[in-house]
Write a protein that binds this ligand. Structure first.
Ligand SMILES: [Zn+2]
Ligand SMILES: [Zn+2]
Length: 761
């Protein structure tokens, strides 16, 4: 048969995932000659062989690609010239235009087997990896993805590692972070003061310290964790005190799947997610009684758990035989994650008893991702390790856009042609440390993607740091600045993710965002067009006394709802409901309400949850954002009885769901039902009420395409109920690739800007 040549261009996630050795092995299998190399746009293959072999090769390329690879396009063109005598793997060619940056990947089974094999040269080596696993995004300094452009460049390969690296038959062929005890990074220990400890086996020492109830600062893949024995009540208590984190749940890392099953109710899909190469923290229902310390998640019936994802984690948990370790972000409450050794030794001083450090530098800090099953599918609560920097689609290729994101749970979005790169979770843009982190991560994204923005986008709120940054930059550079209402950005994010085009209806249930009318929104129903929207409906507006203070102190919202219902008589009921310690404060807040001073109107659903949590005595003051609604949901989950109240809908200028009435009904039934039943009743009634609101808007507009999002949809009971109800009749979109919370806002801002820019033409 005649020999033909074929040039094959493959795009997608094809670098850093073992794609070239895979191509090499296939070429050998089908007796082809030629070459394969990485380019700035993906992988380029030149293959020579007979027609049949080439076809079989193409088929196998698509069907047998390595587990971490994702082929997005595969284009072939005929190739003239003489066939070479062998098949070669060539060095990378420059250019970085379309290359995907792979996310970090959990240790694979083959590497694990070697890690615990006493005869293997990498026995107990904490940095073992191969082309199927290991660090990627967290070590990449530039593209194309080659060792010389990662933080591994300072470790020249030893002869043994080099021969693996160069051998296309080897599992470690071009595994860029390849390393071994002879040539690679190392771990060592420091004491609480930061002085290095001269111990023979730092790992064994760290395990012993954890067993004794000590707190270990552990340098991991994307930054530091603070770890302690999750079954040790005293250790967890000390960690909470030192970290200044009184009640916010701690994530735990369990030894293996069996340990996970011992601690949480897990379905098949949940187990699969826990074991996936992305290894997120999964929020699952805790089993009771539990061997874990009560301090892990006080008052909650959900547990955030993950499986080990680096060799060091596996070693710690297996050799220490710990059921579970607390693995909470290595930071002081509210600050960004510690990444560098020196930084951790300073900032975590006074928290950690020991520091387990290493010298594989982290290019950019990245937290663990958090997921929860809501309405039958895994949803992101925090998008970071394992997901970033996988892009989402972007419908506007003409201009490169930078969206600054929201105030809390900030991420930014940078677009490049038809892709939008959403940063990892960056934290609340409230302090200088987080702003510095924001700027650093942004510079990193712009560098590795080789992109500078041409349009800027930010929130409407003039007081946000993100808005300030955007305005400063627009002034300095002269770039156009687009402003987007917070909840409209939420809606646009969902549309962008699913590629749906306006018009559609969007119900956004959220904490807070500034509305067009200068009141605080957060329970809104919109009619969204491309670049324009109408506010069709919302929940009943009440006052939010003290502004932000009311978001931290649910008792204020309780009083606000009482005031909306009973006016001057509100204080009397307030005194009946709350302990005496709140009475004096109540009087001051009452005056704010009565005079309308520092008490803006709000339609925030988050604040409604807060008020209900206070009404049922679940939470008067929050120690972290979202505590009251989480406790309320936990209480509802324990209910034995179902109770649903009808919430009336009034139709005037807007559709208004009279949630004030729901509040009154709960109040009137306080004596008749237990708290759990009322808590569940609150959720179910709200879900039904919102369904009614949507049905009414569908009737008004004729639109049956519904988008749901906003932070309140992290609440499983509300989301499950409402989706079930709406899916019967409508086309419903609910976020999958981004969180329903503010983590999605920057992407939504970018999507909104694309619609606006297209309108302008
Ligand atoms: Zn591996
Ligand atoms: Zn080596």
């Amino acid at each position: 048969m005649k020999t033909r040549g074929l040039r094959i261009r493959v795009q997608g996630v094809v670098q850093g995932v073992g794609f070239r050795p895979f191509v090499y092995r296939l070429a050998k299998r089908f007796g082809l000659t030629g070459s394969v190399r990485n380019t700035g746009e993906g992988v380029l293959i030149e293959a020579f062989g007979d027609e049949k072999a080439l076809l079989a090769f193409l088929k196998a390329l698509k069907e047998e690609a390595p587990p971490l690879a994702r082929i997005e396009s595969l284009k072939t063109t005929p190739l003239e010239g003489k066939a070479p005598s062998e098949f070669l793997v060539l060095e990378s060619q420059g250019g970085t235009k379309k290359t995907k940056i792979p996310p970090d990947v959990a240790t694979c089974e083959a590497c694990l087997a070697e890690l615990f094999d006493a005869g293997d040269r990498r026995f107990r080596y904490p940095f073992i990896n191969c082309t199927d696993c290991g660090p990627r995004f967290s070590v990449i300094l530039d593209l194309p993805y080659d060792r010389g452009k990662t933080t591994m460049k300072v470790f020249p390969l030893c002869p043994a590692c080099l021969s693996e690296y160069q051998n296309p038959e080897d599992r470690r062929f071009h595994a860029e972070p390849n390393a071994c005890p002879v040539c690679g990074p190392k771990i060592w220990l420091c004491d609480a003061k930061g002085d290095p400890l001269d111990v023979k086996d730092p790992l064994a020492f760290a395990i012993e310290a954890l067993r004794e109830g000590k707190i270990l600062a552990l340098r991991g893949l994307g930054g530091f964790h603070l770890a302690c024995d999750a079954t040790n009540q005293e250790a967890c208590h000390i960690l909470r005190k030192r970290k200044k984190r009184p009640r916010k749940p701690f994530a735990i890392m369990v030894k293996d799947l069996a340990a996970a099953e011992l601690l949480a109710e897990l379905g098949l899909e949940e187990k699969r997610l826990l074991c996936s190469p992305k290894r997120p923290i999964l929020l699952a229902r805790a089993k009771s009684p539990s061997p874990l310390a009560a301090e892990i998640a006080p008052g909650l019936d959900i547990l955030g758990l993950m499986l080990p994802y680096t060799p060091l984690h596996h070693l710690l948990l297996r050799e220490g035989d710990f059921l579970a370790l607390v693995m909470t972000s290595g930071n002081l409450s509210g600050e960004p994650l510690c990444v560098a050794n020196e930084e951790a030794l300073t900032r975590l001083k006074g928290i950690a008893d020991f520091f387990l450090l290493h010298n594989r530098e982290i290019a950019i800090g990245i937290d663990d991702s958090v997921m929860r099953f809501i309405a039958g599918k895994p949803r992101l609560i925090r998008r970071a390790r394992g997901f970033v920097p996988e892009p989402l689609p972007y419908p506007f290729t003409e201009k490169r856009v930078f969206a600054f994101g929201p105030h809390l749970k900030n991420t930014f979005t940078l677009t490049r042609e038809d892709e939008a790169f959403i940063s990892q979770h960056l934290g609340d843009l409230e302090d200088l440390e987080t702003v510095r982190f924001f700027k650093k991560v942004r510079a990193h994204f712009e560098n590795i993607l080789h992109v500078r923005p041409q349009v800027l986008v930010c929130d409407l709120h003039p007081g946000y740091l993100s808005t300030e940054l955007a305005e400063e930059e627009a002034k300095k550079t002269g770039l156009p600045l687009v402003k987007v209402q917070h909840h409209v950005a939420h809606a646009a994010a969902v549309a962008g993710e699913f590629g749906i085009r306006p018009p559609f209806l969007a119900l956004i249930l959220d904490g807070v965002g500034l509305g067009d009318d200068h009141t605080l929104w957060g329970g809104e129903l919109f009619y969204v067009e491309a670049g324009a929207y109408q506010r069709l409906g919302h929940i009943f507006p009440v006052r939010q006394p003290g502004g932000d203070a009311a978001a931290r102190e649910p008792w204020r919202m309780l009083l606000a709802y009482l005031y909306a219902l009973y006016g001057d008589k509100a204080l009397k009921t307030f005194r009946k409901l709350l302990p005496e310690t709140f009475w004096a404060k109540g009087e001051i807040v009452f005056k704010m309400l009565a005079r309308g001073i520092n008490a803006p109107l709000t339609t925030s659903t988050g604040r409604l949850f807060d008020a209900c949590a206070a009404l049922l005595g679940v939470c008067y003051e929050q120690s972290f954002e979202g505590e009251a609604p989480m406790l309320l949901e936990a209480m509802a989950a324990r209910a034995q009885e179902k109770l649903i109240f009808e919430i009336p809908l009034t139709v005037k200028e807007h559709l208004v769901l009279d949630t004030r009435r729901l509040f009154r009904l709960l109040l009137e039934h306080l004596e008749k039902y237990d708290q759990e039943t009322l808590a569940l009743g609150f959720h179910l009634s709200l879900a039904r009420g919102f369904a009614l609101l949507i049905r009414s808007a569908v009737q008004q507009t004729g639109l049956k395409r519904i988008v749901l999002s906003g932070g309140c949809f992290q609440n499983k009971i509300l989301a499950d109920e409402l989706l079930r109800e709406l899916l019967k009749d409508y086309e419903v979109y609910f976020p999958e690739k981004l969180p329903p919370n503010d983590g999605a806002v920057s992407y939504g801002q970018a999507i909104w800007a694309s619609w606006k820019l297209k309108l302008k033409g």
